[in-house]
Design a protein. Sequence first.
Length: 376
Amino acid sequence: MTDGGPPRRRMRLPAAAASAVAAALVVSGCADFSGSEAAPFSLAPTGEETTTTPPPTSTSSAPKPKGPCIDQDTAVIATCLTDPMTVLSTQTTENTYVAQRGGDIVYTTTDEPNAVIGHVDVDTSTDGGLMSIALSPYYAEDRLIYAYITTPSDNRVVRFTPGDAPKPILTGIPRGASGNVGSLLFTSNGTLVVATGNAGDPAAAANPASLAGKVLAIDSPTAVSPARPRQIATGVGSRASLCQEPSGGPVFVAERGADSDVLRAVTPGGGAPSVVWTWPAKPGLDGCAVTGSNVYVSEQSGPQVESVRLKRGTTTADAEPGKVLGDKYGRIGRLATGPQGVVEGATRNKAGGRPVPTDDRVVLIPSGSSAGESPD
């Protein structure tokens, strides 16, 4: 969850706040940093309001205005997006940052026009493009934004500051005909975690010498010369998505494996990630978000969002995943944990689903109270 952005107005439908699971991220490894800078990038002007706590819940029941990009569903907080790949929450559910696959970064405000705050040139000829973004933990001061992008020659992580060209942080991530989707996440202690695509090559993902199919950690990403990444995990499947409780705790990785889809937790000390749950039916995991003792995952077949409840103080599933959202909004992609533990999800209906006039959208995901329970 980020603090930067234009002034906030109100927050709607937050979930209850939840406690964090305690854990640490300690691993080792290395990676390649060679490469050149990418295309120029620009950001929104500075001077945004910063808050430390979310505003109170709005009790207004006034109907929404009419308009082509206004959805009357009160759980819809952003509309008229195109192929959103990442959604970043802010201190209010009224606003989000969205990375669109074609290269636009959009700032959304509910029931108001979306603002394109920047664009980066990417290559979308495969399944690549602008895959993920993460704002610096000190974004209000340093204005740094990080992006995982596909270029004609590779996949890479770059960073930007206002008025400056992007600078490479990690280059040489293999690019393939598929398996180019990556994910970025800043942990609560300021470490940048990077999940790389496997480039459609499970053998490369299992090879520690390749950057394909890995989870890496960069400890000083804001430095002029960032420290070389530490390798956290190998053999990662396609479309890996990273998530963590905003207050800290383990990092979870939702991925599509060759034999099953898997939710893992990164283990302390550099050991093998622990398996939280597996889906032999391969529903197509696409996103994850953590709130308290629950990990939410989105699935492309179904479609649906499920909640995996964890045993107290562990990263072990307490029961079978419970369905919390069916096909009400169509296909749900990446998820984010918003203020007071509310989960936000971006639809991907224009990219192969059945879009409605206001798609693609960012929606508030219902909180499932028990396994198997559905609000639909």
